[in-house]
Design a protein around this ligand. Structure first.
Ligand SMILES: [Zn+2]
Length: 581
């Protein structure tokens, strides 16, 4: 078996079939079968290949571990997959390398530690991920949205809106932040509750958790926590925190008579994204009473709520800050289309939840843009870099129509910053000429008609782009993203069951790419790579494949150009070309 000979389509199909069987066996409590299925998933070369592909093509794949090794070429990946498969087949011989510690600056000035395992260890973690994640998914909280297939931070935001939007919805909020979740998780608890059923596998996980951490010259032997930067760590975070929602809700049902003095639904909700969660309750008293139970739940796992960052308040009095968005509940006059009063109204008045990027986040955006503009002297690379960042930002934050004004302001801000950059670069050029050369009016095709837009920052590019006539690189327009009006993801579904996957895919977010042409081609393919059958938005690089060679396409231009272009993963693209020759 060789990495570059794997039939990806068949491999992914085989793996998802096995994972579905695993989920079915687990729900029937047939533990013997679960054990066998897990072993067959772990030992198979196809899982190894998928794991190696995941760790060598993802965004984080370019950071090496302590050994400085990165598998970027075909031969290196072949070698890596053989090595990983050998270890997975006889796990008792496995000895992980040390974890490299990197410090990443945080927004409040402090630094966050990141632990980066070597590429071999990452690949082995990814193999275990495929065997563990289906079972973790079976036990997942209904409203947990972090690090789960088909669930994103935006789903968490929309779910939170769903809990707040009804006029009679609960109004008290406990915004809880777990202090240093990844660094503090209790090892014994994790090893007890991780769903693996062989002693060898448990030992492998134990060795991974206890692997020494190298911080410049210091060597640390961790007693708790999991390395942030490992493939398995997010899943382990979910393993530790699953059950939180059910525990809180059950306690609330117990407490409703003594506190709320009524029966029925206590109207307590929990929305969690990884280690960040929000509890919504009907009264302050209820949340104050629930808090010790939440703290008990967390202490068992070695965690605690950070006192400085958590708060208890009413929605009408304070904005909720969650995942970079700010939520506020306001009375709203739909006929006049503006906010009526910020005082607490009676229940009959229509209210609405306004979701915007938080002020802190827009500030972060501005400093980031300034920093990028300062650090790039060449305009065309600057525009490429900016496009990538702006597009990612807009994809995430243009979630609701409420963001529109803030996004418009930011667009103007970026343009203004670019204008000053160009003036500095060409101090002797008259302003009128700068305007004409770098900020011309451009015709866009939008919503079925052509629209003129003034002040489009565009620079001549040195890149070879044969499909574009004038070869100009334009700044991505932040305004161009429409709020998708995304449907709320249904809860209680399992991302490894076929019938549930169909339902989950319906509510998947639309992704915009910095290049309009690439986006159009991807959309035509429904964001599926035709070579491997996997989603194009899985974090790998996308490349455009010309089904005719470029030379022929140039010699015989035809009106229907797009049909000759196919979007593929970078890996699949190189495979297609190697098979041609
Ligand atoms: Zn592909």
């Amino acid at each position: 078996m060789k990495f570059n000979k794997v039939n990806w389509n068949a491999a992914y199909k085989w793996l998802s079939g096995k994972q579905e069987l695993l989920v079915r066996a687990y729900t029937k409590n047939d533990m013997e079968k679960v054990r066998h299925l897990q072993i067959s998933i772990l030992k198979d070369f196809r899982t190894t290949a998928i794991a190696v592909r995941r760790v060598t093509t993802s965004k984080g794949s370019r950071t090496p571990g302590v050994d400085g090794l990165l598998a970027t070429t075909k031969e290196e990946r072949n070698k890596l997959s053989l090595r990983v498969n050998k270890i997975v087949r006889s796990p008792s011989t496995y000895e992980p390398l040390a974890v490299r510690r990197v410090w990443i600056p945080k927004k409040d000035g402090t630094k966050r530690p990141l632990g980066i395992p070597s590429i071999v260890d990452r690949a082995i973690q990814a193999v275990y991920l495929e065997a563990i994640d289906p079972i973790v998914e079976c036990n997942a909280c209904k409203n947990s949205y972090g690090f789960r297939k088909f669930r994103s931070a935006q789903d968490a935001v929309l779910a939170l809106r769903g809990k707040l939007i009804h006029p009679k919805a609960s109004e008290w909020i406990l915004n809880a932040d777990i202090a240093k979740c990844f660094d503090k998780i209790n090892h014994d608890f994790l090893l007890r509750s991780v769903p693996v059923y062989r002693k060898v596998d448990r030992n492998v996980l134990k060795k991974m958790l206890k692997a020494e951490v190298i911080d410049l010259r210091d060597v640390i032997y961790p007693e708790m926590g999991t390395p942030q930067g490992g493939v398995l760590s997010p899943i382990l975070c979910n393993v530790a925190l699953n059950g939180l929602e059910a525990a809180i809700k059950n306690k609330a049902i117990e407490l409703r008579r003594p506190i709320l003095k009524r029966g029925g639904n206590p109207k307590v909700h929990v929305v969690r994204y990884a280690d960040d969660f929000i509890v919504i309750g009907p009264s302050k008293k209820m949340l104050v009473a629930l808090r010790p139970y939440i703290e008990d739940f967390l202490t068992e796992r070695g965690l605690e709520i950070s006192k400085a960052k958590s708060s208890l308040f009413n929605v009408w009095e304070q904005d909720i800050e969650f995942l970079g968005f700010s939520f506020r509940k306001r009375r709203f006059n739909y006929k006049k289309r503006f906010e009526v009063s910020w005082k607490k109204p009676n229940y009959k008045s229509p209210s609405r939840i306004i979701i915007r990027p938080s002020i802190e986040n827009t500030r972060k955006f501005k400093t980031k843009v300034h920093e990028m503009i300062r650090s790039h002297a060449d305009l065309s690379t600057l525009v490429l870099k900016l496009n990538e960042y702006l597009c990612g930002w807009a994809n995430y934050f243009a979630l609701t129509g409420d963001s529109a004004k803030r996004v418009r302001d930011l667009r103007r801000f970026v343009l203004w910053a670019c204008w000053h950059k160009v003036i500095k670069l060409y101090p002797k050029m008259p302003r009128k000429q700068i305007r004409k050369r770098f900020f011309p009016t451009h015709k866009f095709y939008q919503l079925g008609r052509y629209v003129n837009r003034a002040w489009v920052f565009s620079v001549p590019t040195k890149l070879e782009r044969p499909s574009v006539k004038d070869a100009k690189l334009r700044l991505y327009n932040l305004d161009s993203i429409k709020a998708p009006g995304k449907a709320i993801t249904p809860t209680g579904l399992n991302a490894y069951k076929k019938e549930d996957i169909i339902k989950l895919e319906e509510s998947k977010a639309r992704v915009a790419l910095p290049s309009g042409t690439v986006e159009k081609i991807c959309n035509r393919q429904n964001f599926i790579c035709p070579a491997c059958g996997q989603s194009l938005s899985n974090g790998e690089d996308i490349e455009i494949h010309h089904t005719l060679s470029l030379k022929i396409a140039r010699l015989h231009p035809s009106p229907n150009k797009q049909v000759k272009l196919v979007a593929l993963h970078k890996l699949c693209h190189s495979r297609v070309h190697s098979e041609e020759t």
